[in-house]
Design a protein. Structure first.
Ligand SMILES: O=c1ccn([C@@H]2O[C@H](COP(=O)(O)OP(=O)(O)O[C@H]3O[C@H](CO)[C@@H](O)[C@H](O)[C@H]3O)[C@@H](O)[C@H]2O)c(=O)[nH]1
Ligand SMILES: [Mn+2]
Length: 718
């Protein structure tokens, strides 16, 4: 008895989160992986010892090199599946321990273009975070507008007014999600209460005003402090700093709405603005003088909060007194709501549900720019092991004119911003490199992937946009790989081997395009010439080839289905796996090389979050969108035609040939090229059968056919 009583008064440390593994699954996977690895070695052994039937040493050497590369890359990929972990949080413990004493949290939302990032979408994101389940006096929301757009600012003033109704509404009725657009569209079948109906009406009115800028003039008067900061000659690339605190909710917050700040940092044509990284760094400095949150949540403007409690989940990790102390940031997955069957393979299902757990087991996920909670002082350069800095006392009266210079073009000159402090400059994927640099300073990160998505955004629904986005990513990733920050040398000794491999798997996307292109061309052309590249179907040498081909694909499908995908979605994803390599990654690879040679500079093409109506209809019907004359399409078209011609010739030859051994000899090659033809079907349709606006431009079609035909003819008569 006595013991029990005593126990109750001894403060027991109870962790705020737990890290779990799934041993059975992992062991099963490792056995499977070992079998594949065995077969890869077998294949390489075959290549080294057995000459090709036509004795072409050159072709055999090429195949050997390709297969070594694919084997190596496969080994690298294993790091993402070797040691996965899952994190479980205990928010009730957090609430009991901290109650209202939660630390300050600053949310940074970035937007950059009022046309492809419509202000109404942006304010929905802002409203969803204003209504987070967090003490309003501890929460602040900053909107960074790199578009320097009055329209966006106007929309934000409208949202400020609407928030006064929306935030209390969310909290009283505990609604989810807290983006008004998402919430109201989930209620499309009818409203449950009079309040709901009223809110819906008010939201609609606001939406109309934002879209038609109906009350812009009234807003100009009411929020003249903000509007007056736009000079008459301001453009998005040339304007002074615009800063307005729309709501100051820092102390005894009676209105119940968090602090809300609009910032458009200064931009001048003669100063590089470093894209999103630059805006994040300006936000870090400006917010440090206003609310100075100890933690920071970073969101893209399309990523609304889908679960108002997600900050508590993240803080369970960051505030945990033991294991949490070594964790610098908590990353949530990027989830999308607009992708249906995911024609363009953008949902990143396997990425989110398998691979990031694997990274987490090896030291932590990458920082992927959105849905990520950081420690302010760590992102500003604190090394692991250093004492956390005391947070400055906040100024009571805010002098905007004293804060604005922090967002000027020249502020960073001669400082460590963009290098040791804040987000790192010079790379198109500022997020990934910043996360890597943090991990190399000794920190770990953690991945949270709750069933109920924490943040939900808009993925590209247009083929070309997707390819451009992937080109930026693969280019950016590869730039890091060959930079001073390469995980291979910079990471050495700072992060685990598993994590080095994990990073490499993404960082090598760009160069991995080259072997895929060669492989698809080589198998097709050799099929055309009747040169067998693989052993006969009924020989024992065929076993490893057959096994690897079958089993890796079946496993890929199974994994996709486990992650909640459909067969159809998987097939789309397979197609995009190929297209990305044959276009985005290859161009990304060339972009990196050009930059290394100093021929060109890094850019950042913002992904559009809106679609044209007709194109959207085609997306609904899963009709692939081409439409623009792009060198990436030219390459896809040419390679697709090449596969088709070679396959057609081979099939014709097979039908007319009397040699029954032909099928045996060319079996796998026929399957590979045949699969390519089936995968490419939408390209052929887009080139030859369709009449709509989204079809392949005629010039691309003609060029592709001519190029592919000439390549085939040359090879045929060689
Ligand atoms: O000069 C710029 C360019 C972009 N952005 C913002 O950055 C975000 C990401 O841009 P987006 O075009 O949507 O790029 P994605 O490829 O969808 O974004 C992913 O990849 C980027 C790096 O390539 C990261 O910056 C993002 O956080 C990450 O979500 C958006 O909110 C933009 O408004 C800026 O603030 N300033
Ligand atoms: Mn985006």
């Amino acid at each position: 008895m006595g013991e029990e009583v005593e126990d109750r008064f001894i403060p027991v440390y109870k962790p705020l989160f737990e890290t779990r593994t799934r041993t059975g699954r992992v062991i099963a996977y490792r056995v499977f992986a070992a079998s594949v690895f065995g077969c890869i070695c077998w294949i390489l052994f075959y290549r080294v010892t057995v000459p090709l039937e036509n004795r072409s040493g050159l072709v055999r050497l090429a195949m050997l090199i390709l297969e070594i590369w694919f084997g190596l890359y496969w080994v690298i990929t294993q790091s993402l599946r070797w040691n996965p972990v899952w994190r479980v949080t205990f928010t009730d413990r957090l609430s009991r321990r901290y109650n209202k004493d939660l630390p300050r949290l600053d949310v940074f939302v970035c937007t950059a273009d009022p046309v492809i990032e419509p202000p109404l979408m942006v304010v929905n994101t802002v409203l969803s975070v204003l209504a987070l389940d967090y003490p309003p006096e501890k929460l602040a929301v900053y909107l960074s507008d790199d578009g320097g757009s009055e329209l966006t600012f106007y929309a934000l003033t409208e949202a400020t007014e609407f928030a006064r109704i929306w935030v209390p509404f969310c909290k009283t009725f505990n609604v989810e999600p807290r983006s008004p657009a998402a919430y109201l569209s989930s209620k499309a079948s009818g409203f449950g209460s009079a309040e709901e109906e009223e809110i819906a009406k008010l939201y609609k009115e606001m939406a109309v005003r934002i879209e038609t800028t109906a009350k812009l003039e009234e807003a100009r008067l009411k929020y003249s402090d903000g509007f007056s900061q736009w000079d008459s000659d301001a453009t998005r690339r040339n304007h002074g700093t615009i800063l307005q605190i729309l709501v100051d909710g820092r102390e005894d917050n009676a209105i119940g709405i968090p602090t809300l700040v609009y910032l458009s940092r200064e931009k001048r044509p003669e100063h590089h603005h470093h894209y999103k990284a630059g805006s994040m760094n300006a936000l870090l400095r400006v917010s440090s003088k206003i609310t100075c949150g100890r933690f920071i949540l970073n969101l893209d403007c399309d990523m609304y909060s889908n679960n108002s409690k997600s900050p508590l989940d993240a803080l369970c990790i960051l505030l945990d007194e033991k294991a949490g102390k070594e964790i610098a940031f908590v990353q949530f997955p990027q989830c999308f709501e607009n992708l249906r069957n995911d024609l363009y393979g953008c949902a990143m299902r396997v990425n989110s549900n398998v691979e990031f757990h694997g990274l987490d087991g090896n030291g932590g996920p990458l920082y992927i720019g959105t849905g990520c909670f950081h420690r302010r002082d760590v992102i500003c350069g604190r090394k692991y092991g250093e004492e956390e800095k005391e947070i400055e006392k906040l100024q009571e009266a805010l002098e905007l004119e004293l804060i604005k210079p922090l967002a000027s073009c020249t502020y960073e000159e001669g400082s460590q911003w963009g290098k040791e402090m804040g987000l790192i400059y010079g790379y198109p994927v500022e997020d990934v490199i910043t996360g890597l640099a943090i991990q190399c300073r000794g920190w770990k990160s953690a991945y949270l992937n709750p069933k109920k998505h924490a943040f939900v955004g808009v993925g590209p629904t247009n083929l070309h946009q997707m390819l451009v986005q992937q080109r930026r990513w693969s280019d950016g990733d590869f730039q890091i790989f060959i930079s001073e920050y390469s995980p291979v040398w910079y990471g050495q000794g700072n992060i685990s081997l598993g994590l080095i491999l994990g990073y490499s798997r993404f960082f090598l996307w760009a160069p991995s395009a080259v072997p895929v292109v060669i492989y698809s061309v080589l198998t097709s052309l050799c099929l055309l010439k009747g040169i067998p590249l693989f052993p006969k179907v009924f020989s024992s040498w065929f076993i490893p080839f057959g096994y690897v081909t079958a089993v890796v694909n079946v496993y890929g499908l199974a994994e996709f289905l486990w992650c909640g995908g459909t067969f159809h979605g998987w097939w789309n994803e397979e197609r995009m796996w190929l297209y990305r390599r044959l276009s985005s990654f290859l161009f990304g690879f060339m972009d990196t090389i050009m930059k290394k040679l100093g021929v060109s500079e890094s850019g950042f093409v913002i992904t559009s979050k809106v679609g044209e109506e007709e194109a959207a209809e085609r997306y609904e019907k899963e009709v692939m969108e081409f439409g623009v004359e792009s060198p990436m399409f030219l390459l896809l078209g040419t390679l697709g035609m090449l596969n088709l011609f070679c396959f057609a010739v081979a099939v014709l030859r097979l039908m007319t040939s009397r040699d029954s051994g032909e099928l045996q000899k060319m079996g796998l090659q026929l399957v590979i090229t045949g699969t390519l033809v089936v995968i490419n079907w939408p390209i052929y349709e887009g080139m030859l059968l369709r009449k709509d606006k989204g079809k392949m431009p005629i010039s691309v079609t003609v060029k592709s056919v001519v190029l592919a035909l000439s390549a085939c003819t040359c090879i045929a008569f060689l």
